[in-house]
Design a protein around this ligand. Structure first.
Ligand SMILES: C[S@@+](CC[C@H](N)C(=O)[O-])C[C@H]1O[C@@H](n2cnc3c(N)ncnc32)[C@H](O)[C@@H]1O
Length: 520
């Protein structure tokens, strides 16, 4: 096992990034290797060797590895070990017909956008393994699926990788594969390990998979420091979920969080049942498209050539927004208008477009691909808005105004069925209970910055129509009036939403005493 500092000093960041070279912490590597070798078979394979974090010192272990990057191999040979006969310089994703007893790996992590030739790789997966991968699958997940298919059934596998697949759509298939044979023993979330996967949006963790065990349950651990691996056998899992209760389509990251709320799935459905959130309007050049009232007047634009539009999150200062609020912003000359000369432009609009072109706004990434470049998307005002980024709780707004919104907010458009439930949904999103449940779908970035993607919201859980119908229309009207006046929800509403959350005894997953030895 070598010190990676010298290599990191010698080789550029770009080179390391292009091969997904992040090196495993010594203690973590040791833990994984020991766990895998506990299968009893003295054989080990690493499909992504790097600088050999997983190469055991014990000469009695038959070790083999693959590595694509000649540079890292040369460095390893020159600095650490002349005999590298155990190592094959190859692209693991193109090397087929292998079988291994024990596999240990820290796979290269590249998001699907940077996954070169992924179409070719995915075709191979389909042809050889009959696995049809989502286009969003990243390199690490492809490595994992390939390794699972190469296990000969007599040993163990351990992978360290970002755990975002546990919460994403493309991950459903991977979870299915991990569960399929009942060999997934545990997943350990390393809250401390984020630094080795700077691109990962969620925690990094270790998968423990044992082909010789048929486990009725999967254990979810969360470790706050690498040191906790020293006495791992004494650590309690945060939750232990029986295979029957583990749905690959559900998000699994909440299982690492002991304070995570558990909601009653019988009383909830996905938000997309009522309608959908989508991104706000992306202009591609806010400097050009966003106007204040005085600017629009000075330009001589006709009032049909601009429309009220929330262009920045702080322009909304209360939970329910009316046309009067937008008028107030206009009167204080805030930039709350969107240039939208979408019909045949007036002379003044043509002049403004020309000015925009002289300043190069038509050459921006988005504008360049629009015809004509100054025509923005046609939308109707969204009755619910949700702040894209938040710290310490999201911003939900009931938009009763005629204002559109830019990308600072996601906008909800109900379907025909959902129209009647807009206020219900707003009150739910606004409630403590709603915040707890909706936040389970949130992605947390560094510095506790939370972010929602529209699809996270569309698949978040909200009350079923039956549940909402237990509110009378008078109650809903009262709730809306109360929030409008006091900016908080009436206590009665919080109480009415409470049954959506199961009590800890009923909802949190109990931790039975270990039924088999997890570690040694
Ligand atoms: C995350 S690093 C892990 C290195 C080492 N095993 C460790 O844990 O410190 C992944 C390694 O896989 C190599 N790699 C990237 N793509 C590969 C591929 N398609 N086939 C084989 N190796 C690859 C990278 O060059 C890099 O050295």
């Amino acid at each position: 096992m070598c010190d990676t500092l010298k290599y990191r000093q010698l080789v550029s960041n770009d080179h390391r990034k292009s091969f997904g070279q992040f090196f495993t912490h010594k203690r973590v590597a040791q833990f994984m290797v020991e766990w895998v070798l506990h299968s009893g078979v003295k054989e080990l394979y690493d499909p992504a060797f790097g600088l050999g974090a997983f190469r055991p010192n014990d000469p009695n272990i038959r070790f083999s590895a693959s590595e694509i990057d000649q540079r890292v191999i040369d460095f390893y040979r020159e600095n650490y070990c002349q005999d590298i006969s155990f190592l094959t310089n190859e692209d693991y994703l193109y090397s087929w017909n292998r079988s291994h007893t024990n596999i240990v790996c820290n796979p290269p992590y590249m998001r699907f956008q940077k996954f070169l030739n992924r179409d070719v790789v995915f075709k191979d997966f389909e042809r050889r393994l009959n696995l049809s991968l989502s286009g969003y699958t990243n390199t690490a997940s492809a490595f994992l699926l390939k390794s699972l298919s190469e296990l000969n059934g007599k040993g163990r596998l351990s992978y360290i990788m970002p755990l975002e697949f546990l919460n994403t759509g493309y991950g459903t298939f991977i979870k299915q594969k991990l569960l399929e044979k009942g060999h997934l023993i545990a997943i350990i979330s390393l809250e401390c390990e984020k630094e080795i996967f700077p691109d990962a949006t969620t925690s990094v963790g270790i998968l423990l998979y044992d082909c010789e065990v048929k486990s009725p349950e999967v254990r979810f651990y969360s470790l706050k420091s690498i040191k906790e691996l020293d006495d791992f056998e004494y650590q309690d899992p945060v939750s232990v979920i029986t295979i029957n209760n583990l749905d690959p389509k559900e998000k699994w990251l909440p299982y690492f969080n002991s304070s995570s709320v558990v909601f009653d799935q019988k009383k909830t459905i996905k938000l997309e049942y009522y309608g959908r959130f989508s991104r706000g309007i992306a202009t591609g050049a806010n400097d050009f498209f966003v106007l204040s009232k005085s600017k629009a007047i000075n330009l001589g634009l006709s009032p049909t050539e601009y429309t009220p539009c929330i262009t920045r999150s702080p322009q909304i200062t209360r939970p329910i927004v009316y046309d009067e609020d937008i008028t107030d912003c206009l009167n204080s000359d805030k930039p709350i208008l969107l240039f939208s000369a979408n019909g045949s432009p007036s002379e003044a609009a043509k002049q403004y477009v020309k000015l925009g072109e002289s300043l190069g706004f038509n050459e921006r990434f988005l504008t360049k691909h629009r015809k004509p470049w100054y025509k923005t998307e046609t939308r109707t005002p969204a009755p619910l808005l949700l702040g894209v980024f938040s710290r310490g709780g999201y911003k939900i707004v009931r938009n009763k105004s005629n204002a559109l919104n830019l990308t600072c907010y996601h906008g909800f458009q109900p379907n025909l069925f959902g129209i009647q439930y807009i206020d219900h949904l707003f009150l739910y999103f606004f409630s403590e209970v709603g915040r707890n449940i909706i936040s389970l779908s949130m992605r947390t970035y560094g510095d506790s910055l939370d972010k929602f993607e529209p699809n996270d919201l569309n698949t978040a859980s909200v009350p079923s129509p039956d549940f909402f119908d237990s509110f009378t229309s008078e109650e809903i009207a009262f709730g809306m009036k109360y929030v409008s006046e006091f900016w908080v929800l009436p206590k009665e509403f919080e109480l009415k939403f409470k049954p959506l959350i199961k009590s800890p005894q009923e909802g949190l997953h109990s931790v039975p005493s270990p039924s088999f030895s997890l570690s040694y």
